[in-house]
Design a protein around this ligand. Structure first.
Ligand SMILES: NC(=O)c1ccc[n+]([C@@H]2O[C@H](COP(=O)([O-])OP(=O)(O)OC[C@H]3O[C@@H](n4cnc5c(N)ncnc54)[C@H](O)[C@@H]3O)[C@@H](O)[C@H]2O)c1
Length: 356
């Protein structure tokens, strides 16, 4: 069997970092399957296009015939499944798109993977792995104390997290019913380069640069746990290569911040790098707006299983990582303009108010 890994969603934020990691830090061939929705862009993987171990296929993970053909043609040793509709606000406006890609798409991929895996010689079948990349949002929300562990019951609140929970349940079902060697990772909020400019961190940076109001939902007290995307993709590789099929691993760096703290940190990083025009400091642009319906109060991840059993540790500290992220956006405004133009997207557009 060729040492090929299928990555789905490899033109997205985390997927494009994962593809880079696999090409730079392993000897594997990478086949990137991506539908190129508004949030996936070839500009995110353009520098990799000529790499001898990289191939791109523009496909929908929910298209069974196309995906089955890729398995037959590429004979992968593993699948790392990241393709998803990923923005909570959009899931509030258009929930069925999330059901289609995240639930139906994952089940389709599992089905194709199982047909392929059952056809493999024993040694190759033993080696095959399917890693489903999921989120801590499936666990719902926490009160003032405590953290999500792998045993926390699922309690999703948004159409996004419900569709990701469905995907995780399908993965367990395919493992328990057919024996497919599936692993699941549930990760905290990621930050880093190439995140589509509709999510909090790029919105803050781009609005601040434009001198526009920086919107914060509610009073900014919602707490998120933050992990640099490069630590995440290293964790995914550790789980894929060292993890036990059938197991779930939480991934996080134990960095809990309120949204207001996060935004203030980004503003301070910007203050060090760029002049403000109409205000004294970038934080003066912070504006509180109506909260998101069903906005989860607090997430915090206990990743001790991953560190104790598989030896993974995050190694990018929060302030360094945020500073680097701010600098990346400053250096790559062309990328922001390209992906926003192609998606016909404006960051001023408020999404996800249905139900409020
Ligand atoms: N961003 C986070 O903080 C975070 C945290 C934990 C887990 N996750 C999970 O990690 C994965 C990647 O997240 P992201 O932030 O990179 O998302 P993203 O929106 O940036 O990227 C998703 C990618 O999937 C592609 N895609 C969407 N529908 C598809 C389909 N039907 N077929 C093929 N490709 C399709 C898109 O074109 C895009 O390239 C998701 O599964 C998400 O649930 C994200």
């Amino acid at each position: 069997m060729e040492s090929t890994i299928i990555v789905t969603g490899g033109a997205g934020f985390i997927g494009s970092s994962l593809v880079r990691f696999l090409l730079e830090s392993t000897d594997r061939r990478v086949v990137n399957i991506d539908k190129l929705t508004y949030s996936g862009h070839r500009a995110s993987v353009a520098p990799l296009e000529k790499h001898p171990r990289y191939a791109f296929r523009r496909l929908d993970v929910a298209d069974q015939a196309d995906i089955a053909e890729v398995f037959t043609k590429e004979s992968p040793e593993a699948v790392m499944h990241l393709a998803a509709e990923s923005h909570v606000d959009r899931s509030i406006d258009s929930p069925l798109e999330f059901v289609q890609t995240n639930a139906v798409g994952t089940a389709t991929l599992l089905e194709c993977a199982t047909d392929y895996w059952e056809s493999l010689p024993e040694e190759d079948a033993e080696r095959f792995r399917f890693l489903n990349v999921s989120t801590d949002e499936v666990f719902g929300e926490l009160g003032p104390t405590g953290k999500f562990t792998e045993d926390t019951p699922y309690d999703p609140h948004s159409p996004y997290s419900a569709s990701k929970a469905a995907a995780d349940h399908f993965c367990r079902a395919w493992h328990d019913t057919y024996g497919l060697p599936v692993l699941i990772s549930n990760c905290a909020n990621n930050y880093g380069p190439r995140q589509f400019p509709e999510k909090l961190i790029p919105v803050v940076i781009l609005n601040a640069l434009a001198g526009d109001p920086i919107p914060i939902y509610g009073d900014g007290s919602n707490v998120r746990d933050w992990l640099h995307v490069q630590d995440h993709v290293r964790g995914l590789w550790t789980i894929l290569t060292e993890g036990e099929p059938g197991e779930t691993y939480n991934v996080g760096a134990d960095v809990q911040k309120t949204n207001l703290e996060l935004v203030r940190t980004i503003c301070a990083e910007l203050d060090e790098r760029v002049e403000t025009t109409d205000v004294d400091e970038h934080a003066d642009l912070i504006t509180f707006v109506d909260d998101r319906p069903g906005h989860d109060n607090r997430y915090a991840i206990d990743a001790s299983k991953l560190s104790q059993e598989l030896g993974w540790q995050p190694n990018i500290d929060f302030l360094t990582g945020i500073g680097r992220t701010v600098q990346w956006y400053l250096d790559n405004l062309d990328w922001c303009n390209t992906v926003m133009d192609d998606a016909d997207q404006s960051i001023d557009e408020r999404l996800g108010t249905r139900g409020s």
